[in-house]
Design a protein around this ligand. Structure first.
Ligand code: AMP
Length: 444
């Protein structure tokens, strides 16, 4: 007789072996975020509106790379700007090239305009872009390190009507989004106007150094115009008495600005003259503007929805022919915040008309083909193919408010039929599988 070996006692696992090692989930990078399906209706509304407005005003969509040479922004946005000084995601790639994630896209568009010989096409070129921008700024509500902009540029014309067209497009964009916004506009004139004004401004501030914040003391040397858009309370109070650039514009610069305002008056677009809008980027000339949200809760600081203006020297500065241009960059994250603050209900997506339900493996195989047949015929459908219980599927159809359920089980597969259930009345009928599209067309 063969003896059974004595049962060995199971080895006792050490406690640390029994508890699973905790795996750390990688976290999203600070200042960046996931935009979830719940928010998608707002984003879709923004994109569709941007596309519609672009089409209506004759803009062509263009894509430029997210990664660009660092030099592109150093030469355009300016060394002394916050963006280039502190906020660029710059790095060296494995070829040793200095590259960066684009902090804005106007400079990219001008690069593309030059590189693709667009000056040889009819002028002006109207181009638009949609996509993410990257700035390593201090994150806070409405300020992210990856954020989205739509960007509309008219390149190749110096006339003030172009400035008005850009503002009109922006006005239409926010209006069609359902956002109540206010325009703040200014002119920073030609570079010569600005040089004279800057000298005056520096002189004025020099005698008031004690009242300036630390940042503004640096700006006084490096970028005096930025003294005017400091957010510190003390500096804001001080600037109220500072010299204003409009008083320093040459006659042609003044005439350009007046013409822009006259076009806006003709269009009955309201605006506020704001002498403190100077914009942080070096490349602007003449008209500069921002739109701010007019939220019901005006206790909050008004958030800037977009920034724009004319930049007549940028293309030349980047190595192209002298080419005047004007554009605007609406911030989409901010537009979504404003829509929510102003209780905008984004357009509803089409509701499913038919729920395709199944019973058993054969039924499920037929159901997926039925779904495809109806989708190709243009119906909006939904399903729960991963569920087995018919009750669960009907509950799901009810929850989604779908008016008709089409059911296929083993029997219907054998008979080549489909059951149509009217969810409101509870009535059911059996129809030929091959006639289902025409039957449903009569009902939906
Ligand atoms: P700018 O390119 O700085 O003129 O910005 C244009 C618009 O982009 C602003 O008015 C904002 O709506 C938006 N924007 C700029 N920076 C950010 C950011 N860090 N986070 C979210 N939106 C931004």
């Amino acid at each position: 007789m063969i003896k059974k070996p004595a049962a060995k006692a199971a080895p006792v696992a050490a406690p640390e072996e029994t508890t699973k090692k905790k795996i750390k989930t990688p976290q999203v990078i600070r200042g960046m975020r996931d935009i979830l399906p719940e928010d998608e209706p707002y984003w879709r509304h923004a994109y569709e509106t941007a596309q519609r407005v672009a089409d209506a005003y004759g803009f062509s969509r263009i894509e430029t790379p997210i990664v660009e040479p660092e030099e592109l922004f150093v030469r355009s946005v300016g060394k002394a700007s916050d963006i280039v000084e502190k906020e660029m995601y710059s790095f060296q790639d494995s070829d040793g090239d200095k590259i960066c994630l684009r902090p804005e896209v106007t400079a990219s568009l001008c690069r593309a305009y030059i590189a693709n010989g667009m000056f040889a096409k009819p002028q002006p070129q109207k181009l638009w872009v949609w996509g993410p921008m990257f700035r390593h700024d201090r994150p806070q509500a409405g300020r992210y390190r990856q954020f989205y902009q739509a960007d509309f540029e008219i390149i190749g014309n110096a006339s003030p009507i172009v400035d008005a067209q850009v503002i009109l497009l922006t006005w239409t964009f926010f209006k069609e989004l359902g956002i109540n916004a206010e325009i703040r506009i200014n002119s920073i004139g030609s570079p010569e106007d600005r040089t004279r004004y800057k000298m005056e401004l520096v002189q004025w501030y020099r005698t008031r150094k004690k009242e300036l914040c630390e940042n503004c003391l640096k700006r006084l040397v490096k970028n005096p115009l930025r003294l005017l858009d400091c957010k510190e309370a003390g500096c804001r109070a001080l600037r109220a008495d500072a010299p204003q650039i409009l008083d320093w514009l040459s006659a042609p610069s003044k005439a350009h600005f007046m013409a822009v305002l006259e076009y806006l008056d003709e269009l009955e677009i309201p605006y506020f003259l704001d002498p403190f809008i100077v914009r942080g980027l070096d490349y602007y000339t003449h008209t500069v503007f921002e739109f701010v949200a007019n939220d019901a809760d005006d206790s909050k600081a008004q958030i800037a929805l977009c920034g724009g203006g004319r930049y007549d020297l940028l293309v030349e500065q980047l190595g192209g022919k002298p080419t005047a241009a004007c554009g605007v960059a609406p911030g989409i994250d901010r537009a979504v915040l404003a829509m929510k603050a102003q209780n905008v209900v984004p357009p509803a997506q089409p509701k499913p008309q038919i729920f395709v339900a199944q019973l058993g493996e054969q039924g499920r195989r037929r159901a997926i083909a039925l779904y495809e047949k109806l989708r190709q015929a243009g119906f909006v459908l939904t399903e729960a193919f991963s569920k087995e219980s018919l009750k669960t599927q009907l509950d799901s159809a009810n929850e989604k408010g779908v008016p008709f359920v089409l059911l296929v089980g083993q029997r219907e597969v054998m008979d080549n039929t489909v059951i149509i259930r009217d969810m409101e009345s509870g009535n059911q009928e059996v129809v030929d599988y091959h006639k289902i599209v025409s039957e449903m067309k009569k009902k939906v």
